[in-house]
Design a binder for this molecule. Structure first.
Ligand code: NOJ
Ligand code: CA
Length: 678
């Protein structure tokens, strides 16, 4: 590991006549990205340039407080320090094994020239792939306990760039499970981050997000109020409308601006990891990526229930069947939902009825833990909270201790609700604190986490590698029951360049019963929801959508006599290298990944409703080595709408000199495993 190189402290331009303070600048190590900070008429602004081209014009920095004047006016920069960091580390698991953090940092101390003369600092880190900045309030006489009512941070875009967005202000405000739209930034109202933007000349891709959200409210963006292109930070509220409660010393999350010349350079996105502290878990050997099946899809297609009764899914016998299936197919885990008391009646309303220790009488938790352990399979314990945080927090120690005593070290949690606490936002500081508390507790009990209805990923996995995956977007489940009939064919090609840039997603790919007819035992009406992909695309999603816990989502019986299931058995879930070969937001993605600790590569290609052909040079393979490509392509006549099932499986020898031609059907995909020839 390289030691951080600390450069000289640099006191800049601090003079008595500070009204004439020049701009302070910091540049990325490659010299291409530049941040300038300046005070104009007492207000503090930052701007961002790339290759000398302005991307963000002067954008305001500051805060509003309850019971105190805004921290915005009469500001003066009193000091600045700089340092350069260059260090590389290995992630315990991930899209890539090695991450290099190389940046130049500029930290500015700022004071109010008039009373109450509060002080704060803003730290900028400028990387080759973007910029991060955060505020810090030191302990001081006139700023102790505080309530932030508004963060004034602006993102004043120069260009009317095209944005891909989901709203943050719908009646059901507190969800991220929506379809994306795209429009020029000047038309945006209120949107969630990450917000991906493409400049009108196509020369620059920009992603606005945040990193290291620990004790603050989640960031949204409000659109331009007038006819301009300025986005403003908007924070998820407490029930009383306030945003953040704190006490100095205090530090905010990082606001991040990822920059890339080509859309394919956006992923893998590592900026967020670089802006989180290193792992606090010393021994990570128990944290293991895995594939899993689950007592799950049956509930979503209505052939099983979470609740007790004749269709109860989580019975001892049924769980053993799933464990046997996982063991026979080399899948590491079995998710069991509906095992615990609390599901009967309206489980969203009855949020406080859930017990996290008491199984239903037909679920023998100890016997199943033993049975699974003997077969080398992990049971993933489901904890649906329905947003009943207090109910969950009260039981957490006893529940986690029970799981630990039974050797159960993986939890899938859930927060199906629109608000929490006393009417606090599902994404507010109360919820942020809760999630951090759960992550820490889970780490303490040696438990891995997969969180549904989470707060967006801000790079927690660097500090807590037991925080493995999360949902936080429309996943496969919408194909079982959503009003629109399922996710449209373009959905995952947008997710790849938006939500997935923040981190892993438990999308749950791999449904083979595309029309949901075999599972339900009846023909599907055309107006009913279904999977709007081909079967081959379901396979390609294992590569296109990164997650260290990757589900084979369908009913085990739907994998029987399916040669294509071999791909799910073979596909890796942990990667050394990731390369996006081709892509266009909302149209297609072709991505190649090399498995961690092995020589095999996997390629996933997905398209929207259009058929496409890709020419893929395999120049990333080791020169001189002979490989075999195992190809799962859309079969003859396949298309998502009328003929989704045909898959053509073939094999061919390949080397680094081979060019593969990938032919994808409408709504189709292709999955390829490239392994060394034997
Ligand atoms: C929503 C989750 O996304 C889904 O996976 C789960 O089955 C249900 N909630 C019930 O907890
Ligand atoms: Ca969900």
């Amino acid at each position: 590991m390289l030691k951080p190189r600390l450069s000289l402290l640099l006191a800049l331009f601090i003079g008595a006549a500070t009204s004439a303070l020049a701009q302070v600048r910091a540049t990325s190590p490659d010299g291409r990205n530049q941040v300038s900070v300046e005070v104009r008429e007492g207000k503090l602004y930052y701007s961002v340039q790339r290759d000398g081209r302005p991307l963000f014009t002067p954008s305001l920095l500051g805060f509003e407080f309850r019971g105190a004047p805004p921290l915005r006016d009469g500001l003066r920069i009193t000091d600045s320090t700089r340092q350069t960091v260059d260090e590389t580390w290995t992630q315990p698991w991930g899209e890539v094994a090695r991450v290099r953090d190389h940046h130049n940092e500029l930290k500015l101390s700022v004071v109010e020239t008039a009373a109450p003369s509060r002080q704060f600092s803003v730290t900028f880190r400028v990387f080759d792939d973007g910029v991060g900045f955060r505020y810090e309030f030191p302990a001081q006489a006139n700023l102790g306990d505080f309530v932030i009512t508004d963060e004034l941070t602006e993102f004043a875009l120069v260009d009317d760039a095209r944005a891909w967005w989901i709203p943050s202000n719908r009646p059901r405000l507190d969800r991220s499970e929506m379809l994306y739209s795209s429009s020029p930034v000047s038309r945006l109202d209120s949107v969630q981050t990450p917000l991906t933007l493409e400049t009108t000349d196509g020369r620059t891709f920009i992603v606005i997000h945040e990193a290291n959200l620990v004790d603050y409210a989640r960031l949204f963006l409000n659109g331009p109020r007038e006819q301009n292109r300025t986005l403003r930070a908007a924070l998820a509220p407490w029930a009383d409308g306030s945003k953040v409660r704190g006490r100095t010393p205090f530090v905010t999350p990082w606001r991040t601006i990822q920059l890339a010349d080509r859309v394919t350079d956006l992923a893998p996105s590592l900026l967020g990891l670089k802006l989180n502290p290193p792992s606090v878990i010393q021994n990570t050997s128990w944290i293991k990526p895995m594939k899993y099946v689950g007592i799950w899809w049956g509930m979503h297609i209505n052939t099983m229930t979470w609740s007790s009764g004749p269709k109860h899914g989580a019975t001892t016998a049924n769980t053993k069947r799933y464990i046997d299936f996982a063991a026979a197919n080399g899948l590491g885990g079995v998710l069991v939902e509906g095992w615990n008391v609390g599901w009967d009646g309206d489980w969203i309303q009855n949020r406080n009825a859930f017990s996290f220790t008491r199984p239903y009488p037909d679920y023998d938790i100890a016997e199943l833990a033993r049975y699974a352990r003997d077969k080398g399979v992990k049971i993933i314990v489901h904890n649906e909270t329905s947003g009943g945080l207090e109910n969950y927090e009260r039981q957490m120690d006893s529940a986690f201790a029970l799981y630990q005593s039974l050797g159960l070290d993986a939890i899938k949690s859930g927060y199906v609700t629109d608000f929490v606490g006393q009417g606090d936002s599902h994404y507010g500081q109360y919820m942020v604190r809760h999630h951090r508390h759960v992550i820490e507790k889970a780490a303490q009990y040696g438990i891995m986490l997969d969180v549904h209805e989470p707060i967006h990923d801000t790079g927690e996995r660097r500090t807590y590698p037991n925080m493995m995956s999360r949902e936080g977007a429309r996943g496969q489940e919408y194909n079982a029951w959503s009003g629109e009939g399922g996710n449209p064919p373009e959905h995952e090609t947008i997710l790849f360049f938006t939500r997935l840039l923040t981190g892993p997603m438990d999308f749950t790919p791999g449904v083979f019963d595309i029309l949901i007819e075999r599972g339900t035992g009846r023909p599907r009406r055309p107006d009913e929801p279904r999977i709007r992909t081909t079967l081959a695309k379901q396979l390609a999603l294992y590569i296109a959508i990164y997650s260290p816990v990757q589900m084979a989502a369908d009913l085990p019986e739907n994998y029987e006599n399916q040669p294509a299931f071999q791909f799910i058995r073979d596909v890796a879930v942990d990667w050394d290298t990731t390369r996006v070969l081709q892509g266009k937001i909302g149209d297609y993605v072709v991505v190649a990944r090399r498995e961690r600790g092995g020589p095999s590569w996997f390629i996933g290609a997905i398209t929207d409703e259009q058929a496409r052909t890709f020419d893929v040079p395999l120049s990333f393979l080791t020169p001189g080595r002979r490989y075999v490509a195992e190809i799962y392509a859309d079969g003859p006549g396949a298309n998502w709408l009328t003929n989704p099932l045909p898959v053509a499986i073939s094999r061919r020898p390949v080397t680094s000199l081979t060019r593969l031609r990938l032919v994808l059907a409408r709504g189709g995909g292709q999955a390829i495993r490239i392994r060394p020839a034997r």
